[in-house]
Write a protein that binds this ligand. Structure first.
Ligand code: AHR
Length: 496
């Protein structure tokens, strides 16, 4: 068994963890929207105005803060007018990116905004820059946010919504270096500036424009767009997926893999740290005032699809390996909370590293879902200084945050992950002498074999276990079993 000390100082804090780091992404892809979220009002599956009640309730439980839509690659072929008005009159189009299936547009702007309202999260709209027009984008913003007397506001009212919606997050281009238009960064920057000019703040609505950032390790992209966009954007987005093999042709199975492939997945997910650090360095060079934030608006594991499913639907299972990947990334994002203002795991339901899988009436929560539940106390808390001392198992990860409750009194939230498959790790959590644990620690532990997962037949095969312990004084210890994620919530008092 390894033994490490995690030294935490609740008085040395490093900035607020944006709740939006725990954001989600939903695309018109496979069964994410249709079947996974939206089943229509006439479905026998319990729903509110067509949205699955079980899914909405599950997303509320993990305090989903923000939801990105309608894509992904789909966004750059999405024409918003196709998705408004009477459903039977909506245009049927081919979803060319994802399986060539017919998209009937029954889920459009009104439905998306309704979904966000039901979940209680912020909408994050990705505009069509790739195949749309500046006018179309400007019209969509007016349709959604203008409260005065205009043709588009009247059309919105005719379609059932008098009050304008509040819309903050607005992505201008998705993967414009790839499916969003195969653009060079210089060209993209010019297009962005043009679009940005016509994305207006109307009726008191304040947009937070997000520029398309780099593909993983493409540092050149960041270096080119930053000086051109730093006064025009609030953030740039980064996409990085974890592929066990690194090979897009043979990504590997979600459930059948050996230890070598497991560790390779963990190693590859840790690359996120270097990728973030190097992009931030370039951003700092061009923007020393830190005006522009970083958003990781697509991240997660990407495997070969489940055997027998449509290759264009990107449906994959989710194991303890995914739980460890999620914990590593979320701990990393927490630790970079001074610059990372949002992150959106791909995707929320039935696609890639999903929180939720559905099959007709049935719905299961994945191990990744549990990690989001265990980390939810970090949302909006303040990052606390934490340092590991001793030799932890390779790829061990941690972060800590505090919520102030009164003078000298706070709630400390710690999240840990031990990716080792054979080595347990005794972790002694140590506070400075003037600080003290003072009450009941709520501990949640998620553990299992690396390939353990939930199925529709056995929906709780992997589930977090909760326990409570009395913690007093400056030290307390937990044992992290192999392949585990742990969260701890404990009151701490201190003399300032
Ligand atoms: O999440 C699936 C796809 O991955 C998205 O549509 C695209 O943006 C990315 O390449």
């Amino acid at each position: 068994m390894s033994k490490v000390t995690l030294r935490i100082d609740v008085e040395r804090t490093k900035g607020r963890i944006a709740p939006e780091i725990y954001g989600q992404f939903s695309e018109h892809l496979g069964r994410c929207i249709y079947g996974g979220i939206y089943v229509g009002e006439d479905s026998p599956i319990p729903n509110v105005r067509g949205m699955r009640t079980d899914v909405v309730e599950a997303l509320k439980e993990i305090k989903t803060p923000v939801l990105r839509w309608p894509g992904g690659c789909f966004a750059d072929e999405y024409h918003w007018r196709d998705g408004i008005g009477k459903k039977e009159e909506r245009k049927r189009i081919v979803n060319t990116n994802w399986g060539g299936v017919v998209e009937d547009n029954s889920f459009g702007t009104h439905e998306f905004m309704d979904l966000c309202g039901q979940i209680g999260c912020e909408p994050y709209i990705a505009l069509n820059m790739g195949s749309g027009t500046v006018q179309e984008a400007a019209d969509w913003i007016e349709y959604m946010t203008y409260g005065g007397d205009s043709e588009l506001a009247a059309l919105r009212e005719k379609n059932g919504r008098k009050e304008p919606w509040k819309l903050k997050y607005l992505g201008i281009g998705n993967e414009s270096w790839g499916c969003g238009g195969s653009m060079e960064p210089e060209y993209y920057a010019g297009c962005y500036r043009q679009y940005r000019t016509f994305c207006r703040n109307l009726s008191g609505n304040q947009l937070f424009p997000v520029a398309c950032g780099p593909n993983g390790e493409d540092y050149h992209w960041t270096d080119v767009i930053m000086p051109k966009l730093k006064w025009q954007t609030e953030a740039i987005s980064l996409h990085y997926y974890t592929l066990p093999t690194g090979d897009w042709e043979h990504k590997g199975s979600a459930t059948e893999f050996d230890e070598t492939e497991y560790y390779e997945t963990i190693r590859r997910t840790w690359r996120m740290e270097e990728i973030i650090d190097r992009h931030l360095k370039i951003m700092d060079y061009h923007d020393p005032e830190h005006r522009v934030g970083l958003i990781v608006d697509e991240w997660g594991t990407w495997y070969d699809v489940e055997p027998g499913t449509n290759p264009g639907f990107l449906y994959q299972q989710n194991t303890m390996r995914d739980a460890v990947v999620a914990a590593i990334n979320l701990n990393l994002f927490n630790k970079h909370c001074d610059r990372i203002v949002m992150a959106n795991i791909a995707q929320m339901v039935n696609v890639l590293q999903a929180m939720i899988l559905t099959e007709g009436m049935k719905m299961i929560k994945t191990p990744t879902y549990d990690v989001f539940a265990m980390f939810r106390e970090h949302q909006g808390a303040v990052l606390a200084d934490s340092v590991l001392i001793g030799k932890a198992p390779e790829y061990f990860s941690e972060s800590a945050s505090v919520v102030q409750r009164g003078k000298g009194d706070c709630k400390l939230h710690i999240t840990l992950s031990n990716p080792s498959l054979h080595d347990s790790c005794e972790t002694v959590i140590e506070l400075p002498v003037n600080q003290s644990f003072c009450g009941e620690a709520e501990i949640s532990a998620l553990t299992g074999a690396m390939d353990a997962h939930n199925t529709f037949e056995n929906p709780d095969a992997v589930r977090r276990q909760d326990r409570r312990e009395k913690w007093q004084g400056v030290r307390a210890a937990v044992v992290m079993p192999p392949c585990s994620v742990l969260s701890i919530n404990c009151p701490v008092s201190y003399e300032g």
